[in-house]
Design a protein around this ligand. Sequence first.
Ligand SMILES: NC(=O)c1ccc[n+]([C@@H]2O[C@H](COP(=O)([O-])OP(=O)(O)OC[C@H]3O[C@@H](n4cnc5c(N)ncnc54)[C@H](O)[C@@H]3O)[C@@H](O)[C@H]2O)c1
Length: 256
Amino acid sequence: MRGIKDKIAVVTGGTRGIGRGIAQRLADEGAKLVIVGTNMETAEKTAREMRLDGADVEAYAADLRNVSEIDALMAHVHDAYGRIDILVNNAGVQIRQWAVDFTEKDYDFLMDLNLKAYYFTACAAAKYMKAQGGGAIVCVSSGNSTCFTSRRSLYNISKAAVNALVGTLAVEWGRFNIRVNAVAPGYVLTDMVKKGIDDGVIDMETNFKVIPIKRMLSTEEIGNGVCFLASEEASGVTGQTLFIDGGWSRCGLPED
Ligand SMILES: NC(=O)c1ccc[n+]([C@@H]2O[C@H](COP(=O)([O-])OP(=O)(O)OC[C@H]3O[C@@H](n4cnc5c(N)ncnc54)[C@H](O)[C@@H]3O)[C@@H](O)[C@H]2O)c1
């Protein structure tokens, strides 16, 4: 894909799951990567494995719920590589329970990562992108940003806000040649979804009745969409949310 090779890319939550798939696709296209997770050992393990496949990747640990750690991450990347071309805001959490059972602590825990961190990470990167003449930001939203499944109220709200975030930041930053888009994945079998299945909250056989392609998505399929939006091939695209959900968001009634 044009315009990814040798670009400096930061992928939050790039240490496992969807983030790792995104990081791998960007690495396949020749980007130089910084992958960020909460645990340095896990981040370093993933980076080592990716390097065996030829990726140019640095591991970094931070708790992105703290804005000071976001600023330190971006300053580190800029100091080390001289620029920040691509930011993928991917790190997110899920808590599944009825709306009335959420506590204030749950609210802060989820919103601080799924929304606040996306916002301040985008802003921190945009300062460097503006100074260097441009960049691309891709946020990982969710099918739940429009399909409001029960027992995920905080998550649904945080992801609907991500769609609004990319729209509004795109409007502000188009003048600086910074494009801001999102991908909204359907179900991908990561630790997040495995926990929902193990807890008995997710039943994929039922879900497939409203997912036209009748299967889960792969991390590579999500990475393909992120690569496109980050690349020069999407040079005219900004403020959009691309649903990579096997048609889930288009389905009306359940079908076998
Ligand atoms: N799995 C799905 O089906 C699915 C569907 C739609 C959207 N998503 C979204 O995709 C993204 C990745 O989800 P996943 O399923 O790969 O999850 P995951 O739990 O497998 O991975 C989460 C990643 O986020 C990182 N992380 C967690 N807390 C952090 C913090 N405080 N600071 C920095 N990093 C932190 C973890 O280290 C890990 O790398 C999330 O935003 C999620 O909402 C997932």
